[in-house]
Design a protein around this ligand. Structure first.
Ligand SMILES: [Zn+2]
Length: 178
């Protein structure tokens, strides 16, 4: 599904100085050629002699961005992503409604590759490999138990042994001298 992103939308979500800075960069030809990356658009922006790789996409109706500059306020969009967004709007870029940022795409492709490799293992070997790692990784252990519907069992056992066990010896000790 395609989504619409226009100049007024961008103007409405960024600080006026950032918007003006982005317009200046675009107007002076500092925004490189736009390319489609993960359903969003990526371009190199020349800013004061620095080359910045910026990416803009639309995910779940909100603007997703990535830039290799380090903005002072991580919450605010930097001038480079805004310049790329404006450049893409000018070029009638076809925005995907579910863009995947380059960083997320890298993780996804690694996960996919490892999943393909794991699928080649015999089931028992794979099960042992997961079990060996789950023993030393509480999050993996919890995921494993959740996915197989066993999460309640270890929690209940853990709660019983940690709450009941210390109480009994204590009350016994308390009574003995008296
Ligand atoms: Zn930037």
């Amino acid at each position: 599904m395609a989504v619409r992103l226009d100049v007024d939308t961008v103007r409405g979500i960024v600080d006026p100085p950032v918007f003006r800075g982005a317009e200046e960069l675009l107007g002076s030809g500092m925004v490189g050629e736009i390319s489609t990356v993960g359903g969003g658009c990526a371009a190199v922006v020349l800013d004061g002699g620095e080359r910045r790789s910026a990416w803009v996409g639309v995910t779940d109706g909100t603007l997703a961005t990535e830039c290799d500059c380090e903005p002072e306020d991580a919450e605010e969009l930097c001038v480079h992503v805004v310049a790329v967004a404006l450049s893409a709007i000018q070029a009638d870029f076809a925005w995907s409604s579910a863009a995947t940022s380059p960083k997320a795409a890298v993780v996804d492709s690694r996960v996919r590759r490892l999943a393909e490799i794991a699928a080649e293992l015999p089931l028992r070997r794979l099960a042992m490999l997961v079990a060996e790692h789950a023993v030393g990784d509480r999050r993996l252990e919890a995921k494993l138990l959740t996915h197989t519907g066993r999460i309640d069992q270890p929690t209940a056992v853990g709660a019983t042994s940690c709450c009941d066990a210390p109480e009994k010896p204590e009350s016994l000790l308390g009574r003995e001298p008296a």
